[in-house]
Design a protein around this ligand. Structure first.
Ligand code: NAD
Length: 497
């Protein structure tokens, strides 16, 4: 299998070196082809996501199809300018010479995606990688079976296989794949597998972006409009029934707030799902029996009180929103990321205890605070760290492409979305073009023999500090003024003559 994987990567490298993605037009063409894939396969994508996760039409359209197409549309508008050299400011010494940043593709990159948003989390990095000019080995998740099948069977009708091979399979295949030398690896998945990926990348010193996981904490302040908070929390948990990396994981609030919040959440559940989640078209399913058992195991072993019982039916992979209250720090639900329709509330004495608790744990992918008191939000913002911070909502940051999306610490490294995805897959090459001229000046400034005077001159010409006068600038401005005066003089002289 290793040989087979080597051939796949080698072939993509040959295509990369042949310049298959060198020009703007080539890259634009492939982006348009992904857009075609999304448009023509829209119904198939919806059906695959329904089969895998019973996701609603609205969720698939919003989170898998429309978001990717919007990304492509933004890229088509801006890519040409992003590909241009970025000129940087420089010392007067380099006047007339060019210094800029050139964005170069890395070469052959590997994108590994998880199962929970199998199109979005595969295609958004792919769009950025192609825009930056890379060939890409595409590894969808084997867990979202129907979505993987669709990518395997259809993507090559839109993108050439030799430049964008799709490798399907589980950990064994991915292990072989990771032995190959890539020029960049973009991984989205669990922190556990992220470590495996980073170790494999270290063998070849391959740079990585790791979009990982963690438990996303929430603080709910007593000043909140409790029904508003409950609506937002329940709506967020209904997105892929909590199988999202930025889903609310555990809530901290005082005992009194817990009581008000649970009451309000019951109202939200009743209103959104008429208290029958299993038959609601807006409630999905757990991905498979293994994950069902994992979440159910947390629930069974929890010492928390069941305040809202969503019900379970393993034969249907159904698990309704279940809220546990009075959960303690050492509870079964507080060890690992829940990644499912379970929500736990851990009472705290107030904001400070919540902040201290968050800071005693690994930095999360997202942290949430709900309050109408702005001082609470400010305090939370200033004293916690996470990939993203949202007050009074969740997930909406995903719809602002200029906001970086990524973790910190064990929740990930690197970030993407919008232009940042293009930057992620681009090497920023420093370029300086000089002329074969001004040897006299160079002799006085920087060639041996080195003297104290040359050091002083060069320092003044190159560096500006608070106590070093910027002689270079003065000389430059002086030269320009003298030049202008000479030009005026000559013009006047010629005119009078
Ligand atoms: P996972 O880490 O199990 O799998 C991710 C990918 O890695 C899959 O393609 C899988 O085939 C591959 N893989 C699995 N085991 C491997 C191994 N031993 N060696 C090499 N490759 C292996 O994650 P998942 O279960 O697919 O997804 C859920 C996890 O992903 C959750 O922890 C969630 O928080 C995280 N996630 C993070 C983000 C983010 O943007 N930060 C987004 C979605 C999901």
């Amino acid at each position: 299998m290793e040989e087979q994987m080597r051939e796949v990567v080698d072939r993509a490298r040959v295509e990369f070196k042949a310049g298959r993605l060198r020009t703007y037009d080539q890259r634009r063409y492939y982006l348009l082809q992904i857009d075609r894939f999304l448009k023509e396969q829209e119904a198939a994508i919806i059906a695959a996501q329904r089969a895998d996760l019973r996701k609603t039409h609205m969720e698939v359209m919003l989170t898998e199809v429309a978001t990717c197409r919007a990304e492509i549309s933004a890229y088509l508008k801006k890519l040409k300018s992003w590909m241009k050299p970025e000129h940087v400011s420089k010392s007067i010494v380099f006047l007339g010479e060019s210094t800029y940043i050139q964005r170069q593709p890395y070469g052959v990159v590997l994108i590994i995606a998880p199962w929970n948003y199998p199109f979005y989390l595969l295609l958004v990095p792919l769009i950025g990688a192609i825009a930056a000019g890379n060939c890409v080995v595409i590894k969808p998740s084997e867990v979202s079976v129907e979505s993987e099948k669709l990518v395997r069977e259809q993507l090559h009708n839109y993108l050439p296989e030799e430049c964008f091979p799709v490798v399907c399979g589980g950990p064994r295949k991915t292990t072989e794949l990771l032995k190959q030398r890539f020029d960049y690896i973009f991984f989205t998945g669990s922190t556990f597998v992220g470590q495996i990926v980073m170790k494999a990348a270290a063998e070849h010193l391959t740079p990585v972006t790791l979009e990982l996981s963690g438990k996303c904490p929430t603080f709910v302040d007593a000043s909140s409009d409790m029904q508003c908070v409950a609506n937002r929390i329940v709506a967020n948990k209904s997105l892929n029934i909590g199988q999202a990396c930025i889903s609310y994981d555990y809530i901290m609030c005082t005992k009194e707030t817990q009581e008000r919040l649970v009451k309000a959440m019951k109202t939200s559940v009743e209103e959104f799902f008429e208290n029958d989640m299993q038959n609601s078209a807006s409630w999905g399913r757990v991905i498979n029996a293994r994950h069902f058992d994992r979440i159910y195991g947390m629930l069974e072993n929890s010492k928390g009180q069941v305040a809202i019982d969503g019900g379970v039916d393993k034969s249907d992979l159904f698990m309704g929103l279940t809220v546990l209250t009075d959960v303690k720090e050492n509870d079964s639900t507080m060890k690992d990321e829940i990644f499912g329709p379970l929500l736990v509330i851990m009472p705290v004495s107030g904001l400070q205890e919540a902040i201290d608790f968050i800071n005693s744990k690994e930095k999360p992918l997202a942290a949430y605070v709900h309050a109408r008191d702005n001082a609470v939000i400010r305090e939370f913002e200033e004293n916690t760290s996470s990939g993203a911070l949202l007050s009074n909502d969740s997930a909406m940051n995903m719809s602002v492409p200029d906001l970086p999306f990524g973790g910190v610490g064990r929740s990930g490294m690197g970030a993407y979305h919008g232009k940042l995805t293009f930057e992620t897959f681009s090497h920023r090459r420093a370029v300086m073009h000089r002329k074969q001229a001004l040897e006299g000046v160079n002799k006085k400034l920087r060639y041996p023999p080195y003297t104290a005077q040359k050091t002083r001159r060069l320092m003044a010409a190159l560096f500006t500090t608070e106590d070093t006068p910027h002689y270079g600038l003065y000389i430059g401005v002086g030269l320009v003024l003298v030049g202008a005066l000479v030009a005026i003089g000559v013009t006047l002289g010629v005119t009078l003559y």
